[in-house]
Design a protein around this ligand. Sequence first.
Ligand code: 9JX
Length: 297
Amino acid sequence: MSESGVTPQGDWSRDHIVNADGQRLFCRYWVPEEPPRGLLFVAHGVGEHCGRYSSLAQSLSQRGLIVFAHDHVGHGRSEGERMMVRDFKVYIRDSLQHVDLMKEQYPGLPLFILGHSMGGAISILCACERPSDFTGVVLISPMVQLNPESASPFKVFMAKLLNHVLPSLSLGSIDSKWISRDQKEVESYDTDELNHHGGLSVAFAMQLVGAARLVERAIPTVTWPFLLLHGDADKLCNISGSHMMLEKAQSTDKQLKVYNGAYHVLHHELPETTECVLRDITDWVVTRIPDQAASGS
Ligand code: 9JX
């Protein structure tokens, strides 16, 4: 497989796409050696970048999927003000642009979308906009409900007021040691220069509040197959959001895997957890690839 974007198969892959606002978005592709059996788009979360999904993407491409991703506006190697977006819908629009490009290049291949945390919210909203496009949706500790304490109606009201006068005021950052139980993962996250370790601005927080609202409203309309993965000790996005989604979605093919004691970033958790998570995801995806698309392996 290739991680660089330059593949022996030709020049279909690119190192960036240009979004509808003219911003360059950095892209990555993980391509299987055998003929591809499916496509999977990865939506990363707040303050990180798609290179952090390399090992997950590699396990999927080893099972025959073309995994593709980009750094969202304001993240990683993409253009745009750091950790800022004028409208959350920009992330969805850009992701669907990338998905459409790949669908055109590989017509007929089953398509999956995977997202973590805020990327989970992006994935849900993408799949709700195109319900018949996706064979399956994988959600790693998705942001579906905001913590009622940190986003109480009063606080949200104050933030709305503040947004008019001090939109760039920082509401503080999160302590990475509460995000994964693995000290090595915490260190490598902290020292990765492509991550943005700054605080959450009021304006960006308002976009997240708006996104969580859209997601809560969209969930009862969900009919596509999905796999939820959540740690029961997640301190950033409470597991209750995933239980709510499992209960309220109309899908017949829906599943929640709970990881005991695990924190937020399940794909960068203690080795035994992460190993399980990668296996659960690849198994779930591969078993949902229709037979006729599984030729060549
Ligand atoms: C951001 C809000 C979601 C305050 C953050 C070890 C998110 C590791 C790691 C990458 C966590 C993934 C997720 C700033 C200030 C909603 C340690 C906020 C937020 C808040 C995502 C992705 C760190 C955090 N950490 N997050 N990551 N992020 O969407 O890989 S590994 Cl509340």
